[in-house]
Design a protein around this ligand. Sequence first.
Ligand code: DGL
Length: 302
Amino acid sequence: MAYMSPDAPIAVLDSGLAGLTLVRALRAGLPHEQIIYLGDTARAHYGGKSAELVTTFVREAVSYLMVHQPKHIVIGCNTASALALPAIRASFPGMSISGVVEPAARAAIDAAGAKAVPLIGILATEATIWSKAYEKAIHRRRHHARLLLRPAPLLVPLVEEGRELTDAVLKLALQQYLHPIASRGADVLILGCTHLSLLKPLITRFVGRNTILIDSAERCAEDVARRLQATGLLRSARDSHDLDDLSTGGDELRCFVTDEPPRYRTLARRFLGDDPGAPTRVTLDELQAACRDARPPLRASA
Ligand code: DGL
């Protein structure tokens, strides 16, 4: 891998804007990092799409982000991590790339503690559940864990519509999705979709305080911090001041989107907990061109 500096940015990609919940967690834990975010808002959401299509989209997004020479790329979407991460790592062998599924699965096992046969619930998109990525990640570590898998496709549009936690439709949908988990008293519940971070208080109310919630975005941010620490690429307060002194520093967050929907600002602010600033629009042609350029040229057959 080429030499990397701690000053290089962390790149986060997502199917839309909910990956900004991960950026929020990264900013809280790693306040000196530069972050670039790419939301594929033109093609959101990925939760009902095939693994093949999602992998193509993620490969294009990663190719585009590579142009910014990040020190690490995070697939900040459970669906994209579940469906595409192994193929994407194989496509970019020199690049450090992580996802949200493994850190959340690891945290769920830790939270289950010494219990011989823990009951772990997973609430996620249909594509994430069908991929079995969480099942595999958990059973690799705890063969005997029992899983309650709940695809919850309605929650993404309800969150995006801006429904409040007091909203009757949102409550009804959550109650139905969570019923088997709440009635069987799961030990742990993985929020396996970044949209769900915004629903935590309501989810806690439905499942009860004895069920430990694992927020995939928060656990992923901790995992990124560990990876950067291990490779000596964490950016310190001193690094960021040095850069400011040279006047080469800029905003610590830059957002790129493939479409700027009318509700961009409102939604992004909800997920990020802060004003995201004006995004830079990237066309799908630009993503696809970056992907073509990233590929080694095909050899003409002899
Ligand atoms: N936030 C995405 C996830 O973490 C769900 C949205 C989508 O379907 O792309 O799975």
